[in-house]
Design a protein around this ligand. Sequence first.
Ligand SMILES: Cc1cc2nc3c(=O)[nH]c(=O)nc-3n(C[C@H](O)[C@H](O)[C@H](O)COP(=O)(O)OP(=O)(O)OC[C@H]3O[C@@H](n4cnc5c(N)ncnc54)[C@H](O)[C@@H]3O)c2cc1C
Ligand code: FES
Ligand code: FES
Length: 1343
Amino acid sequence: MPYASRSDELVFFVNGRKVIERNVDPEGTLLTFLRKNLRLTGTKYACGRGGCGACTVMVSKHDSVSKKIRHFSVAACLMPICSLYGAAVTTVEGVGSIKTRLHPVQERIAKSHGTQCGFCTPGMVMSMYTLLRNHPQPSEEQLMEALGGNLCRCTGYRPICESGRTFCLEANSCQQKGKGKCCLDWGEHDSSPLGKKNEICTKLFAKEEFQPLDPTQELIFPPELLRMAENPEKQTLTFCGERVTWISPGTLKDLLELKAKHPEAPLILGNTSLGPGMKSQGHFHPVLLSPARISELSMVTKTSDGLTIGAGCSLAQMQAILAERISELPEEKTQTYRALLKHLRILAGQQIRNMASLGGHVMSRHCYSDLNPILAVGNSTLNLISAEGTRQIPLNEHFLAGLASADVEPEEILESVHIPHSQKWEFVSAFRQAQCQQNALPHVNAGMRVLFKGGTDSIEDLHIAYGGVGTATISAHRFCQQLLGRRWNELMLDEACKLLLDEVSLPGSARGGRVEFKRTLVVSFLFKFYLEVLQELKKLVKLFSASGCSCDGRYSEISEGFLSALEDFPVAIPQGVQTYQSVDPHQPLQDPVGRPIMHLSGLKHATGEAIFCDDIPMVDKELFMALVTSNRAHAKIISIDVSKALEIPGVVDVITAEDIPGTNGTEGDKLLAVDEVICVGQIICAVVAETDVQAKRATEKIKITYEDLEPVIFTIKDAIKHNSFLCPKKKLEQGNIEEAFEKVDQIIEEVHVGGQEHFYMETQRVLVIPKTEDKELDIYVSTQDLAHVQVSVLCFKHPHQQDHLSCKTSGWRFWREDRKASCIRGDCGCGTGHPIRLVLDREDDMLITGGRHPLFGKYKVGFMNNGRIKALDIECFINGGCTLDDSELVTEFLILKLENAYKIHHLRFQGRACMTNLPSNTAFRGFGFPQGALVTESCITAVAAKCGLPPEKIREKNMYKTVDKTIYNQAFNPETLIRCWNECLDKSSFHSRRMQAEEFNKKNYWKKKGIAIIPMKFSVGFAATSYHQAAALVHIYTDGSVLVTHGGSELGQGIHTKMLQVASRELKIPMSYIHICETGTATVPNTIATAASIGADVNGRAVQNACQILLKRLEPIIKKHPEGTWEDWIEAAFEQRISLSATGYFRGYKAFMDWEKGVGDPFPYYVYGAACSEVEIDCLTGAHKKIRTDIIMDACCSLNPAIDIGQIEGSFIQGMGLYTTEELQYSPEGVLYSRSPDEYKIPIITDVPEEFNVSLLPSSHTPLTIYSSKGLGESGMFLGSSVFFAIADAVATVRRERGIAEDFTVQSPATPEWVRMACADRFTDMIPRDDPKTFKPWSIPIA
Ligand SMILES: Cc1cc2nc3c(=O)[nH]c(=O)nc-3n(C[C@H](O)[C@H](O)[C@H](O)COP(=O)(O)OP(=O)(O)OC[C@H]3O[C@@H](n4cnc5c(N)ncnc54)[C@H](O)[C@@H]3O)c2cc1C
Ligand code: FES
Ligand code: FES
């Protein structure tokens, strides 16, 4: 029931235009308002939880306290629309446009090649734009901070960072960055490590062409809003929606009265805690109180004993206030402020810090809160206010635990937080460890404070609080009491650890899992604090020598080596060089092939003008669909009751399997479940309603009753036990493996590789528009396999119905299963006669669709003690999930690619796809190779350890060296593989850096460096001839313009750009004459999937063929009038009735594989490469820093070096994510926990190696492909494993040094948890271990 019948007008500005909304719905967000009401679709939806930055816009507000205009970036998906009263919003459309004027930020991100699929680009633009509004010449640190909340799944961030850096003060024009000699300064006779000067280029864009930033050109803050802010109305504003009322009082008094009247109503500030709760956990608040207009809540008071910060201040404002105070006060007074600032810098992304308030943060009392433990140990006080008056309560463990005696009353609000200064002899520190360094919720965090009796090391007061180890922030109160009066030495530390573990206990089944890791962190943090304080004490008065107090512990004696425990890894700005071969100096200027041409859609991405599937305007009578999925892993469906759902206003229909007119998928892979469900997340039915909100709400009303069935299988181990497989075993064999094993040493080991979520930024979405008159469907879908979707839709509908599929600008799919969703929508289009739109939420997308197969590998390797491998037997099992999907193909590719770059005479590779009750896993960039080759490389590393030789020696010794045949008998020449390897060793200065790392490791006990170099032989293409074909259609119009259509889908990989480059070269006209037509089955039928890295290759040949046909037709005219222009020739051709339209076709490579015999010629060609990575690990926390990566890739003659380098960088970073941070967590009931960017961490900008160099191998050619280029879409993925092996190298050093067995089970990803627990020490030894039989774990490993 609405609270009031009268709703006020919501007044705000968007892109300089006034918006007056008379019937605003308080449940709406700025994102939906922009996209639906204002049709500003540049701002994207990708997660809806503030975690990805795709929806970033700039909000400008007049600050009533400072009297200044504040510009700040926000996540529009969490911004309640009602909170914008009096604000000005700037979206990407307001920044610039192709049609009017491009903003330098937009121009630079596009021209620096910072866009691929472009889905993240508007958000990136807005983060940078906001930064520049506040700092026209920002520092590099500010740039990184501004972009820390924006995810990109395609580019690998380097080019985005590069574009932003062009605005920075420190920016260096040369990308070589002073390391060695700049390429532009090379002399005549100089040669670079890769070749002669005139062959090498390191410039991917021309910075000098960029338009300068002119801050005077920006939109001003609307004068009307300024007037409103300067004379604020004090009356209460009320916005009434259907279910929720938003009340925004103008005075504190009114707010307190309202709070007394509605004690249950939450105060809504940033909505970063309330919002996700309402969206995902079904929390509902009929009244929301907004204190945004109450200036008292934003006051900051500096007193002689501390700082009082208004509860309404944002975390970003708090950051600035603390920084200011730290600069004003002596260090001893600012200990708590420094600790808070340390966490504030890495807590969430900039957008969230701009929105989230201190009050909201404190009052949310999240167990993971990064600030509450510090505020608690810092003796902070909460200033509460209500209509009754004011009072103070301590921000302590009782408050944080929500104890009634220490809590805020429902009528009270938090006015401010008082944080006292620290004092002399007092030390405060903060610690946190998350899956990655920044923008990730912490696994464990802590605030620690100690006060010494003046001039001594005797503990007078001690306070330690932890987050992440319970349901609330907890204080180790008993522990602290017991240590009072003790001296700060090792004796105290030992006892302290034991006491702490007794008090801070964590059950084996604790929520969030990672129990042993968390227990270890509890004591590791204490140890860090111990060392930190020891250092500070020493610094302060040279206590231990001067005052007679001696430290009798060994820590002070070996402090040099221990000092490294104190340093946190700083955030560094990635830099590096991208090197490629320049085009032949005689190549005509107009010929774009081989040049770093900008992505064709780059500018459209940057301005938000690129139209993605869900950006297509609403069509007449359009309906929305939402899916209902199974919450059981294996069960019989007893009944489906849809009656309550149908009662919801606006609901049109609920579609179940019975309503499908055609075939409901295949027998083994039903589109909608019939009678039985076989995994959590399986689609059972779909609701169709007038709005997406109605459809979503109705799904919650559908009651499904189940009867659980046996068996329920989730893990590979269980699948093997139950003999549960999806397809027959695949096997390849060479030599005589049994005999070979008899004569050599052996190692038998296991490797576990976790799966990977595609996490494409644009979730699955489709629009189906039925054309009733012809029984046709127009289907707009983001896919990389149009024809496949079309065939699936055909099965699903009445036979002989016609579909026209169009591939809208599509977020990278990374090879995804997108048929299902499209098919269901296809049917609804027919059934209801209405157009249907479906946009999957991130949570649903991650739940329903499977990802990369988790793998369990067992190997037995036989070797000589000089490292020569004689025999290798690998058996791999992949977790295929509940249906076959592409699992058989993935198994085949996995087995075919398993040998990677090595010649081993006696081999046996076997692979099987396990059937489990998990969502069906599917194809993903690299198709099994990234998982399988990790087993092979792990085996090499293990041999190296056994032989006491460096792994690179074993790699070198066993690598293919001469023309040879693979295990499946395909001949190839590994010459460029060896060249890549040698170049990589040389360019990375591998050997000298290995020595330096060893030196570092000798000196540092708690930090270790690791370095690894990995070779790669990656097969391109499908193992079937029919997949190597393509068609294109080229039209020339009478004005001379050319339209090219081809069968490849543009996913961001730049295929359209490359196709125009091909057409331009063939027709000998500038690219500006040529246009691309959206890929569609109406123009080019029977397309093959754009995958296996071969898309540009085969489609390029088809475009070439069409252009050559046309040019042949034009030849007589050109010959007759060689001096004529293109336009003249086309006009003449038309006059002469010469057809100006041609279909090109490429009848591609022959490829086959005979699995019976184990021989074939499955791949057209190979891509070779090598990567060297160096990392540093923190043995106490498991964190790592990527110091440097060098990649050499054999692209032969790249069609477009900017695009190809982008593919290498992007896939490398994606691979790095697979092997280090991306961890899928499943409950023992088979429910995927990791369903949002909070829980599943793909790399962010600060994860990019500090130095990141990519070189394309020069002087490499292949006669096989178009213009001798190679497909590079997938290969870089595996090179990300160089980071994994560098981490493993560092861990092995730790274990060697500590005398622990070096051969430990290899497990990917190498998360902080894995690293920390592998670096066993006295702290891992002291934690309690649970008997696995005594508890039910929170999550289960499925690989
Ligand atoms: C993507 C993302 C990443 C994050 N990462 C981190 C992280 O790494 N570390 C971390 O610690 N936190 C993290 N957070 C949590 C974030 O810090 C909190 O959500 C935020 O501080 C809450 O502030 P808010 O203003 O948005 O609160 P709101 O959502 O507006 O309100 C939250 C609650 O506080 C109450 N409240 C607010 N103000 C008052 C007041 N003055 N008096 C009484 N009650 C009040 C409200 O009634 C409500 O119940 C993250 C959040 C997001 C969305
Ligand atoms: S969609 Fe808003 S942050 Fe992801
Ligand atoms: S370009 Fe960043 S997500 Fe695709």
